[in-house]
Ligand binder design. Structure first.
Ligand SMILES: *Cc1c(COP(=O)(O)O)cnc(C)c1O
Length: 345
C-alpha cells in the first residue's frame, strides 16, 4: 500500500522511536504533589529557554491559552485579539465561558493587529465601559498561513500594553517556527509577553502536551486554574519525557519543514486554478486558493484522499491549508504537487 501523506496538520506527527524509548523509562511521580522529576525538569527547561521564571505542563494548547486568559483577567473585563486568532476562531467561545470576558476583535495583515486600532481600542475602565486587561498575540499565525509576526510589531504592541497597564499573552503554539524563520532565539519573541503558551505536540513532534510560561506569581495562580479545569495530571512524566526530548532536539529541524512548504508553493505557482500568496509562505504552511473552478476545498480533499493524501476541506470554501512536518519528506511533497496538478488538470 502507498504511504498516506498527511498534510492536515503538524499535530499528526508521531513520536519517534527515541521518544518512545525515553517514555518507557521515564522516572515519574504524582505531579499534583510536584513529585514527578521528569515533569519538573521539563518545566524548568521550558521556562529557561523562554526566558521566563517558571512554567507548567498542560494537556493541550487550548487549555494553556484558556488558563492564561483566566489567570490574567476577571469576569466582565475585555481582551483584545486578532479576528483570525486561534483563541477566537477555534476555541469554542471559551474566553466567554471560562473567564467571562468580552473579546474585542481587531484586524491587521498576516496576523499582526493594527497598531493604531489597538491604541484606539483600549478601554481604561471608566463608568461606561468594560476594562481592557489583556492583549493576545499569536506567532506564528495559524489562520493567516503560518505567517511570522515581526519582532518590531511584537514590541510595539507590548509597549502599548505596558503604557496602559495591560497584560500580554502570546499564543506561541508554533513559536519555534517563528524563531526559526526569524533566525532568533525564542526568548527574543517571548520577551514581548507576560505569558506564553507553546505546543510540544505540533512540529516538535511530541505526542501530547503544551507549556505555559511566565513569572513566578503568574504561574502560581495559573496552577490553580489548571487544577480547576482538570488539567493537572499525575504520572505525567511519561508524556513529559517525550516533550523534553522534543524540546531539546526538534527546534533546529523545523527549517526543513519550511523548505518543504516553500518547495510545495513554488511547485504550484502559476497554475491557472491556483492562487498562492508566496509572501505569506514563511514557515511550514501553505494556504492555497482555488480559482476559476467549481470545486471547493471539500471536493478537492476527497479527490486527494483517493490519492492517499490527507488535507482538511470545507464545503463552499475555496481555500485549503497544507501543513508540512517531520513525517512528510520532499518526495511526498513532490507527489502532493503532482496530485493537485492532476486533479485540477
Ligand atoms: C493548535 C493551536 C492551538 C491549540 O492547541 P491544541 O493542543 O490543539 O489545543 C492554539 N493556538 C494555535 C495558534 C494553534 O495552532
Amino acid at each position: 500500500m502507498n504511504k498516506i501523506i498527511d498534510l492536515r496538520s503538524d499535530t499528526v506527527t508521531k513520536p519517534t522511536d527515541e521518544m518512545r524509548k525515553v517514555m518507557s523509562s521515564a522516572i515519574v511521580g504524582d505531579d499534583v504533589y510536584k513529585d514527578d522529576p521528569t515533569v519538573n525538569e521539563l518545566e524548568k527547561y521550558a521556562a529557561e529557554i523562554m526566558g521566563k521564571q517558571s512554567a507548567i505542563f498542560v494537556p493541550s494548547g487550548t487549555m494553556g491559552n484558556q488558563i492564561c486568559i483566566k489567570t490574567h483577567t476577571n469576569p466582565g473585563e475585555e481582551i483584545i485579539l486578532h479576528r483570525k486568532s486561534h483563541i477566537f476562531v477555534y476555541e469554542l467561545g471559551a474566553p466567554a465561558v471560562i473567564s467571562g470576558v468580552l473579546t474585542k476583535l481587531l484586524d491587521g495583515p498576516d496576523g499582526a493587529i493594527d497598531i493604531d486600532e489597538l491604541k484606539e481600542s483600549i478601554q481604561q475602565g471608566d463608568m461606561h465601559h468594560a476594562k481592557t486587561t489583556l492583549i493576545c498575540m499569536e506567532n506564528t499565525h495559524n489562520v493567516c498561513g503560518g505567517t511570522v509576526v515581526s519582532l518590531e510589531h511584537m514590541k510595539k504592541a507590548y509597549d502599548i500594553a505596558k503604557e496602559n497597564n495591560i497584560k500580554v499573552h502570546l499564543d506561541g503554539a508554533r513559536i519555534f517556527n517563528a524563531a526559526a524563520a526569524l533566525g532568533v532565539d525564542v526568548k527574543e519573541i517571548a520577551k514581548y509577553s507576560d505569558s506564553v503558551m507553546f505546543c510540544l505536540s505540533k512540529g516538535l513532534g511530541a505526542p501530547v502536551g503544551s507549556m505555559v510560561c511566565g513569572e513566578y506569581d503568574f504561574i502560581e495562580k495559573a496552577m490553580r486554574v489548571r487544577k480547576m479545569l482538570g488539567g493537572t495530571m499525575r504520572q505525567a512524566g511519561i508524556i513529559a519525557s517525550a516533550g523534553l526530548l522534543a524540546l531539546k532536539t526538534m527546534p533546529d529541524k523545523l527549517c526543513l519543514d519550511h523548505e518543504k512548504a516553500r518547495f510545495f508553493a513554488e511547485g504550484l505557482i502559476g497554475h491557472k486554478n491556483i492562487n498562492i500568496d508566496l509572501s505569506s509562505v514563511q514557515t511550514n504552511m501553505v494556504n492555497v486558493d482555488f480559482i476559476d473552478t467549481s470545486y471547493d476545498s471539500y471536493d478537492i480533499s476527497n479527490m486527494l484522499k483517493d490519492k492517499n493524501i490527507l488535507v482538511n476541506g470545507d464545503k463552499n470554501i475555496k481555500r485549503m491549508r497544507f501543513v508540512f512536518h517531520r513525517d512528510v519528506d520532499m518526495k511526498d511533497t513532490q507527489i502532493a504537487i503532482e496530485a493537485l496538478r492532476q486533479i485540477l488538470n
